[in-house]
Design a protein around this ligand. Structure first.
Ligand SMILES: N[C@H](CCC[C@H](N)C(=O)O)C(=O)O
Length: 276
């Protein structure tokens, strides 16, 4: 089955996007992982399938990591597919439905796309954690980092606050923390250096994907956790290796994320060339 795909990214956090709104596609976790593989497939941080949205949503977005695991949120991909929906409709707004809820998105005058990621979940069971703990100060330490905060943005995040990001070997400690038994569903691990109350520097070891150039839900979690700790304001620029996101934790509890989106290229893919 040969079908079109679109390669998109948000600040270098990149996605292969397939369109299954017209007809279901035979996409197993194994096939998604094979297409996401950067050596033998097209290669991406997340594999995205657009499905029919149903009433009240422009589309449903299914998110898979390169290891085949399904995720409940992907902020950068949400902004990308919302941009596609707005291009198609000619409108400046679109609602993307995910397993974690409906995410209203809009294109801003400067061409960036802003998404309402909803409210973070702050309780230990919602993150989730394997046992009761204070999500503002988790009993977790590894390889020179400790005392993270945690929340869910529809997917689990732990945020460590460090004095110097450059001093960390994130490729080594990221997987240890991602797989810590405290996280029954694993977790995305963010490392934050607070530059100013309205400016955070962030690097994320993503669950099921590893180091990425940007992580939208991770930037939301970093801002929420920094504000909860009194380390930042409720609105800040989050600078990731791939670029800046503007994050605001509104008084109504919702977290807004704005940033650039882009289509790198389009092409055709033969699904039968990958394992069923
Ligand atoms: N690895 C994440 C999904 C992608 C998140 C990230 N790419 C974003 O922009 O939010 C997880 O398993 O929860």
């Amino acid at each position: 089955m040969i079908i079109p795909f679109r390669k998109m990214h948000g600040l270098g956090n990149d996605f292969v996007v397939l369109d299954a709104r017209g007809a279901a596609l035979p996409i197993s976790p194994a096939r998604a992982a094979a297409i996401a593989d950067r050596r033998t497939g097209i290669g991406c941080d997340q594999f995205i399938v657009m499905e029919p949205g149903g009433a009240g949503a422009d589309l449903f977005m299914r998110i898979r990591n390169p290891d085949g695991s399904e995720a409940g949120a992907c902020g950068n991909a949400t902004r990308c597919v919302a941009s596609l929906a707005m291009d198609e409709s000619g409108l400046d707004g679109a609602t993307v439905r995910t397993v974690a809820g409906d995410l209203p998105s809009e294109r801003l005058p400067d061409g960036t796309v802003r998404v309402d990621m909803g409210a973070p979940a702050l309780g230990w069971q919602a993150v989730p954690l394997a046992r009761e703990a204070d999500t503002l100060h988790l009993p977790l330490a590894a390889a020179g980092v400790s005392d993270p905060a945690a929340c869910s943005m529809g997917n689990p995040h732990a945020t460590f606050f460090v004095p110097d990001l450059a001093a960390l070997d994130i490729a080594r400690i990221g997987p240890l923390l991602e797989h810590d038994p405290l996280f029954p569903d694993r977790a995305n691990i963010g490392f934050v250096q607070v530059l100013a109350p309205d400016h955070l520097r962030l690097v994320v070891w993503e669950r099921g994907a590893g180091l990425t150039l940007a992580c939208g839900s991770g930037a939301c979690a970093a801002l929420v956790n920094a504000a909860r700790r009194g380390l930042s304001a409720r609105e800040a620029t989050v600078s990731l290796p791939g670029g800046d996101l503007r994050i605001a934790w509104r008084d109504d509890g919702h977290v807004l994320m704005a940033g650039a989106v882009a289509t790198a290229f389009t092409g055709m893919v033969d699904l039968d060339a990958f394992p069923a």
